[in-house]
Ligand binder design. Structure first.
Ligand code: ADP
Ligand code: ZN
Ligand code: ZN
Length: 838
């Protein structure tokens, strides 16, 4: 029997911790509860051994083993190690992101009798002859409480641990009394963790057959009648809510009475898995189409690879509207047919009701969903369904890449270029890249799908690492929309006014609405104005916590029931809000100037321009949950909305057949930013949003308003020329030494004060200068683009290397150096393959 186990804990330290096995031996991959510097933490056992640690006397025992069998498979443990290694993150953090730990364990307080308590009990019994009474004149405790204390001691005398509620119902003692006894050291109190069954259950009321019906009152009769009418079974919640009973005002206790009298039984059954609604727009589901030739070819490459049972990474480059979804579904079916399971990853916004509805239509209850909108309980429930093998098809966002599926045969990553696959907290993994590794460990096929593949994936397909499959035309030979550029510099010269919408966009919008077609306009910032500038001192009004300009949100007009109503300035990074100042907070001038139109202002302006239009707005202020999204899309599909304005949310994946005109406003503003991915992002956004036009019978048009009409990202997007764009962009990246022609990591150094952060940055800067790191280039330290975020001051270094092992080596050496100086790990953020250098 091993004496020790190494436990990975979810804390920012790059090591595991040894605990003594105490009683039950946990298995590798099981969770244990342990003490760690005054806290109780849940960790995962990563190794069992007999290597006596040097400080064996200081080794603490495992408090509790939480799983009888490993919760994580060997494969997932392996993947966690890879994530920890590759992203330079603590193993415990990698493991934490793999499972729903939080919801899994319920901690509750239990009380036990302590030695002093036993003594009191013994004394009491010898002195007072075993009665519970004892004179209390010298005590300040009321006699009644004192009696109760004895009752409690008696109740716990056999040494068992009892929860508050158990003690309370047995002795009528309340928590205050128990805590007072703990203070006197008569009892001990400890927190016990207990796994709970994450499956939600629901209570069903069932008519007991052949029960002898005694005389009943009116309420009781009503319940029995209601149950009988429902065929003898009904969810308790539904029964209570049923109209007949509510009208009669039947109290909840009546049901309990019937249960006590043996007329109704209560069953607990696992709650059904409730599906989201399906869009009722009469469109066919993806799996119902007979695949066209290009789709068949794509499917057959994927299916052939699945049949070979080996690792195969593929890039599915299919333009917008080429019908990638139908290919995904058919490929998943092939994986199922081959006896394996399949995982579909979608971007945060990609998990729309339409997508979910199609999944259920195609695969029924085999589908499990994992996304950020689930409560911890729901997440745990889905997780366990997958682990038990009840769901062999999983669709989910980023963290679903860790879904505990067995026999994984196929992983699909839709919109693989999407930034939401990168986790922006530790461990900073990229789900697409984890997906590729996971497929490798499973001898599975992984398909990265996109109309605008990331430069990284494209380069991998050029090098032959990924097999490329192309779907170069739209289904039914539908044409791609014609894209036209509107030069806003000329527009300004001609009109002398800074208008949000150009004359051409206004005219074409009107014409499109007049023809009874739909229009979509992208305004890629939310809020009303994204900067408030003082004309006197030239300062922007910034967030109190961040070096970020505040965005102005106007009080919402009329029918606007948005949660965020109110006149305010808001920080989009930390959520800070303040009222709108009348005077500049810096210089007191009243010349405040509102700059830059966000989607809210866009909507207001459109209402003025097109009073007859049925306008909808889609951004994070109007879409707060999945229901909001569903409602908006339903109204869009049905034609109830004919003019939609919104942020990039509108650009992603939506397949609305009535949209024939797409307008793009201000999407090129980021081209001026010092961000090496700016051109790629603009190209992708323009291509995606253009791809929303002309998806139905009628051809589409796109108008792009721009101040950079000659920029290659704009030019290539307008020409639907991905190939030309990547050629140019790859050239630029090679020239400037940026990924994918090198590997890169962003190292952020942060501190609570400017002095602390800059001193730290200087120390590390000196270390970089004096330490030979082979072929790693280090840029910095420099103030981070967001120099202050949530009251933390930030500097950064950018590390670039030809080879990944050199990069990893440099980062590890730096972390070791920082540790030798006792610099807390939380002051350093290591972002390997960073997509934002913020
Ligand atoms: P994308 O490649 O942009 O993700 P979708 O998968 O959304 O494209 O498909 C675009 C549209 O084409 C959808 O309405 C889909 O139902 C339809 N579609 C897919 N395959 C076919 C087909 N073989 N024949 C006709 N329509 C199809
Ligand atoms: Zn000012
Ligand atoms: Zn802020």
């Amino acid at each position: 029997m091993p004496n020790y186990c190494d436990v990975a804990l979810p804390i920012p330290l790059d090591r595991t911790f040894t605990y003594a096995v105490n009683g039950a031996v946990p298995s590798v991959g099981a969770r244990v509860l342990v003490h760690f510097s005054g806290q109780r933490l849940i960790g995962v056992v990563v190794r069992l051994h007999d290597d006596r640690p040097a400080d064996a006397s200081a080794i603490k025992p495992v408090q509790q083993v939480l799983d009888d069998t490993p919760l994580l498979s060997y494969e997932l443990m392996h993947l966690a190690r890879w994530v920890a290694q590759y992203y330079i993150a603590p193993l415990g953090e990698a493991l934490r992101s793999m499972m729903p730990l939080a919801a899994e364990v319920r901690r509750h307080l239990v009380y036990r009798i302590a030695e002093a308590g036993r003594r009191v009990l013994r004394e009491g019994e010898t002195l007072y002859g075993g009665t519970l009474k004892r004179p209390s004149h010298r005590s300040r405790v009321p006699a009644e409480d004192e009696d109760r204390e004895f009752v409690v001691l008696h109740y716990l005398a056999d040494g068992h641990a009892a929860t508050v509620s158990a003690v309370r119902s047995a002795t009528k003692a309340n928590k205050a009394l128990l805590d007072a006894m703990v203070k006197k050291k008569w009892l001990t109190r400890e927190a016990l963790a207990e796994e709970r069954d994450a499956r939600r259950t629901e209570r069903i009321a069932v008519l007991v057959p052949d029960a002898r019906i005694p005389k009943l009152n009116e309420n009781q009769t009503a319940i029995l009648a209601e149950l009988a009418a429902a065929g003898g079974r009904m969810r308790v919640d539904d029964l209570r809510e049923s109209l007949a009973l509510r009208e009669l005002g039947v109290p909840a206790s009546t049901l309990s009475t019937l249960v006590k009298r043996g007329l109704v039984a209560i069953e607990e059954t696992p709650e059904d898995f409730h599906l989201g609604g399906l869009p009722a727009d009469g469109k066919k589901n993806a799996h119902e189409h007979a695949l066209n030739e290009a789709q068949m070819e794509a499917l057959s490459s994927i299916a052939t690879a699945i049949a070979k049972n080996g690792f195969k990474p593929m890039l599915l480059y299919g333009i917008t509207g080429s019908g990638k979804t139908a290919v995904y579904f058919a490929a998943m079916q092939r994986a199922l047919d081959a006896g394996r399971s399949a995982l579909l990853l979608v971007p945060e916004i990609g998990l729309t009701p339409a997508m979910v509805g199609q999944m259920f239509a195609a695969f029924g209850s085999q589908v499990a969903l994992l996304h950020s909108g689930l409560t911890p309980d729901e997440r745990a429930e889905q997780w366990h369904r997958i682990r038990r093998g009840e769901s062999r098809i999983v669709v989910g966002t980023r963290s679903a890449v860790f879904a505990p599926m067995a026999d994984l045969g196929l992983i699909l990553v839709d919109e693989e270029q999407d930034g939401s696959y990168k986790q922006e907290e530790m461990p900073r993994y990229h789900a697409r890249d984890v997906a590729v590794m996971r497929a490798k460990f499973n001898n599975a096929v992984v398909v990265l799908g996109s109309a605008t593949p990331s430069l990284e994936s494209w380069a991998n397909s050029e090098r032959g690492r990924y097999t490329r499959i192309s779907m170069p035309s739209r289904v039914m030979d539908r044409p791609l929309p014609k894209v036209e550029l509107v030069d806003m510099r000329i527009e300004f010269k001609d009109t002398g006014k800074e208008e949000i919408f150009s004359r051409q966009l206004v005219a074409e919008t009107q014409a499109t609405l007049d023809r009874g077609e739909q229009v979509m306009i992208l305004l890629n910032r939310r809020g009303y104005s994204f900067t408030v500038l003082c004309r006197s001192c030239g300062e922007k009004i910034e967030c109190e916590n961040c070096a970020i300009a505040l965005t102005y949100h106007k009080p919402s007009a009329q029918m606007d029931l948005h949660v965020h109503a109110g006149d305010r300035l808001e920080c989009h990074y930390c959520g800070f809000r303040r009222s709108v100042p009348r005077l500049c907070p810096k210089c007191g001038s009243e010349h405040l100037f509102y700059l830059g139109a966000g989607s809210q202002q866009g909507e207001e302006r459109l209402q003025g321009l097109f009073p007859g239009a049925r306008i909808g707005r889609m951004d994070r202020d109007t879409v707060r949950g999945r229901d909001d999204m569903e409602r908006l899309l339903t109204r869009l599909h049905s034609g109830e909305i004919n003019l939609l304005v919104g942020t990039q949310m509108i650009a992603k994946g939506h397949d609305v057949h009535g949209i024939t005109l797409v307008g793009v406003v201000g999407a090129d503003s980021s081209l001026g930013l010092p961000d090496f991915r700016a051109a790629e992002r603009v190209f992708q956004l323009l291509t995606q949003v253009s791809g929303r036009a002309g998806r139905g019978e009628l051809p589409g048009r796109v108008l792009v308003q721009t101040y950079h009409p000659e920029h290659y990202a704009i030019q290539c997007a307008a020409a639907h020329d991905y190939a030309a764009f990547v050629t140019k962009e790859l050239h630029y990246r090679r020239w400037m030494h940026y990924p994918p022609s090198c590997v890169l990591a962003n190292l952020v150094v942060q501190g609570k004060t400017l002095e602390e952060a800059s001193a730290l940055a200087a120390t590390l800067g000196r270390w970089f200068e004096s330490t030979p790191l082979g072929k790693v280039r280090v840029l910095g330290p420099a103030a981070a683009p967001i120099a202050r975020l949530k009251r933390i001051y930030r500097f950064h270094f950018v590390l670039k290397a030809e080879r990944r092992d050199a990069l990893g080596h440099a980062l590890r050496a730096l972390l070791a150096y920082a540790e030798s100086l006792s610099i807390p790990r939380r002051n350093l953020i290591v972002d390997v393959d960073a997509i934002h250098l913020m």
